[in-house]
Design a protein around this ligand. Structure first.
Ligand code: NI
Length: 425
């Protein structure tokens, strides 16, 4: 279906900052055009976007979709109890089908709150792929890898990831290599992953320098920081996505900058697990590309990127005691255009531009939480809570229209998720 989106206020990238303009958008074969591309007007279904802000869908650059099952299940406990006594025992017994329903619930929440693309690290074969495919979402997915040797103890997970890729890869669903962290993966495996990723032209994602323990242990074991260890294994390059980067020491920031890698900050998760705050301003000053993620719902406990945008700005203004820090324009770009660049789709993903992918969200400008919209970009960062999103288009198709899902049977998902939660939590 081709669409003509009329009467909306469109969020565009101006020469210096994001700005809005009232203009028509044409959606043709999953791409955005500012004109009808030579086609007669009647070949487009008109979508009336009056009193709506139309913007690029938000991009959640770090999550674990299946974890919705454990929402509010392990809160207000220490990290070790959280991971080893609460989360891991559930993961060990959970059936694949349970992870599927949890992942589909994650897609429901993300769509409802305006996220159109997510980067997932998972441990349940194929389930987030199924959920992304069926929900209509765009995703970059990686099977979590652990072990000392990719072709030894790491082999079965590596193979699973490649099998998933062979089965599910398509325009909307792409794959990454995803070693879990430097404390669960040995240097040899990291080197092997880096080579495999280069040979296959794939992106890599990893959790990095999330806690003091991780950094102190690496210094004791390897005599270097986790960041330096990754550099020395050849893991850091412009196709590397680094989640967290909370505990930067020594030359860590300049190493990341030199490699051209992307940092994904997860403010709610880092705060909730008591790990503190990533040095966002130092990353920005160094010219590092920074994106935004929610992490899993077990450590957040939502997948709502509007909440994450508000938090990241408020947290860093508070830390620096400076209201100019992390301004709205910077933060909205972290959740949109920066992610498009990190995914190799500069100008195509996370922006509204001629020829860009048609991943769009429609926010109700009359919603009381945002009204009156004196400054649309500020409103997105400081006022919006996600409930203003009433329609969502991904790859040129509506996955939610006027609040109704078009691809997901929400009642069924709730029923199945409750069944899994009753049995396994
Ligand atoms: Ni994570």
């Amino acid at each position: 279906m081709n669409y003509k989106i009329s009467n909306g206020k469109i969020l565009l990238t101006g020469p210096d900052r994001l700005e809005t303009a009232e203009r028509d958008l044409y959606i043709l074969d999953g791409r955005i055009s500012f004109g009808p591309a030579g086609l007669p007007e009647e070949s487009f279904e008109v979508v009336d976007a009056a009193r709506h802000l139309v913007m690029p869908g938000l991009i959640n650059m770090h999550t674990h979709a299946y974890m919705t099952l454990m929402r509010n299940y392990a809160d207000d406990v220490g990290f070790d109890e959280w991971l080893f006594k609460r989360v891991m025992p559930v993961e060990d017994t959970l059936p694949l089908e349970g992870a599927y329903w949890g992942s589909l619930l994650a897609c429901m929440e993300m769509i409802r709150t305006g996220t159109t693309t997510f980067m997932d690290m998972h441990m349940f074969r194929g389930q987030s792929c199924r959920a992304a495919l069926e929900s209509g979402m765009r995703a970059w997915i990686g099977r979590g890898l652990v072990g000392a040797d990719l072709y030894g103890d790491g082999l079965s997970r590596f193979r699973q990831g490649l099998e998933e890729q062979a089965e599910y890869e398509c325009g909307r669903i792409r794959f990454t290599l995803a070693p879990h962290a430097i404390y669960s993966c040995g240097p040899k495996l990291l080197e092997q992953v880096a080579r495999e990723a280069a040979d296959r032209g794939m992106r890599k994602q990893i959790h990095l320098s999330e806690s003091d323990n991780e950094v102190d242990d690496a210094l004791r074991k390897y005599g270097k920081t986790p960041v330096a260890l990754l550099r020395d294994t050849g893991f850091l390059d412009e196709k590397t996505i680094l989640a967290h980067c909370v505990k930067m020491r020594g030359d860590d920031i300049s190493i990341i900058k030199e490699a051209g890698s992307t940092v994904v900050t997860n403010p709610a998760s880092n705060a909730k697990l008591g790990n503190g705050f990533a040095p966002l301003q130092d990353f920005l000053d160094a010219g590092i590309q920074v994106c935004l993620g929610t992490d899993g719902t077990c450590s957040n406990n939502t997948l709502n990127m509007f909440r994450e945008m508000g938090l990241v700005s408020l947290i860093h203004k508070a830390i620096h005691r400076n209201p100019v820090t992390a301004p709205a324009d910077t933060v909205v770009r972290m959740a949109t255009a920066n992610a498009g660049r990190a995914l190799g789709l500069a100008g195509e993903l996370g922006v509204i531009a001629e020829g860009a992918l048609a991943d769009l969200i429609f926010l109700d400008l009359d919603a009381p939480s945002m009204f009156p919209v004196n400054n649309p970009v500020s409103a997105l960062c400081y006022s919006a809570c996600g409930s203003e999103v009433d329609s969502v288009m991904i790859d040129g198709s509506f996955v939610m229209r006027k609040g109704e899902y078009t691809s997901i049977d929400a009642e069924r998902v709730r029923y199945e998720v409750q069944k899994v939660a009753d049995q396994y939590l």
